[in-house]
Design a binder for this molecule. Sequence first.
Ligand SMILES: Nc1nc2c(ncn2[C@@H]2O[C@H](COP(=O)(O)OP(=O)(O)O)[C@@H](O)[C@H]2O)c(=O)[nH]1
Ligand SMILES: [Mg+2]
Length: 284
Amino acid sequence: MALSLILPTFDERDNVVPLLERCAVALAGVEHEVIVVDDASPDGTATVARAYAARDPVVRVIVREPPRGLTASNARGVAEARHDVIAWMDADGSMAPELLPRLLAPLERGEADVVIGSRFLPGGGIKGHDPDAPGLGWLGIARRLRGTEDSLLAVALSSFGNWLLRRLLSQDVTDWTSGFVAVRAEVAHAIPLEGDYGEYFLAFVYRALRAGYRVREVPYVIEPRRFGVSKTGENVREYARRGVQYVAAALRVRRAARPLRCPARVRSTPFRGATARDAGERAA
Ligand SMILES: Nc1nc2c(ncn2[C@@H]2O[C@H](COP(=O)(O)OP(=O)(O)O)[C@@H](O)[C@H]2O)c(=O)[nH]1
Ligand SMILES: [Mg+2]
C-alpha cells in the first residue's frame, strides 16, 4: 500500500517547509508521494516549496491558476495522485503528519475505506486543548490560544457547528469538518470533491457513508496555527458566512440522499379527480 498525500496551500510560506520535513520523518516507513497544491500564493509559498522539492524527489508542487479554492485544490491533488491510498490535510502545521500511519492502519488491514482524524472523539482535542492538563475547560483553551493565530470564537463556532452537523447528518461521524483524512483511492475517484471551501468534506463523507463505504475515525489533537492567518475567517461575519455555507451543504446532501416516497403508498391513495391541487399534493 502506497500513499499520495495532498497538501493544499494558500499563503503558508512559513509553515510548508517545516511540515514537509515532518512528513518525511513521519512517512519514512511508507512508500509515498507528497503533492503540494498551491493557489499561486502571493507570499511565495510555491517558491519555498519548490526549493524543498528540488531536494526531495517524492515532493511535487502544483501551482494552480485563479480562481483559487480549497475544494478545487484538493480535487486537483486527487486527480494527480498516483497511489492506492490518498490523504489530505491542512498545511498550516495544525495537523500532525505523525498521525498519518494511524490513519493508514485500518485501510491497510482492510477494515475501512475512509479514515478521518477526529478532534471530537475521546483522546482528540480542539485547538487550545491540552491533553496533559485538560482542566479549566474553555477558560484554559482561551488562555492557551493567546499568542497564536487562532481565535477562541473560531474554535467555539467549529465545535458548535460539529454538534449541529452530527444532529443534521449522523452521529456515526464526530468530526464532520475535519479535513484530515486518508481514503482508498477508489473512494476518492468515485465520490468527487464538490463545493467551495471546507463544506466539501461533510458532503464527501456523507456520500461515502450512503454509498456503503466503511468510515472510521481516529482521535487527534489539533494544534493552533503559529504563522499566517486563517482562510476560514477572521471575524464574526466571515464565520457566519462559512457557517451558512456548511449548513446549506449538509441540508443539500441530506435531501439528495433521501429515498423517494414509497411507491406503494402513492398507489394506495384513492384517486379523487385530477385537480391541480391533488396533483401537487401527490407530487409533494
Ligand atoms: N490551495 C488552496 N489552499 C487553501 C485555500 N484556502 C485555504 N487553503 C489551505 O487549506 C488549509 C486550511 O486553511 P486554514 O486557513 O488553516 O483554515 P482554518 O484551519 O479553518 O483556519 C491550509 O493548508 C490553507 O493553506 C485555497 O483557496 N487554495
Ligand atoms: Mg488551519
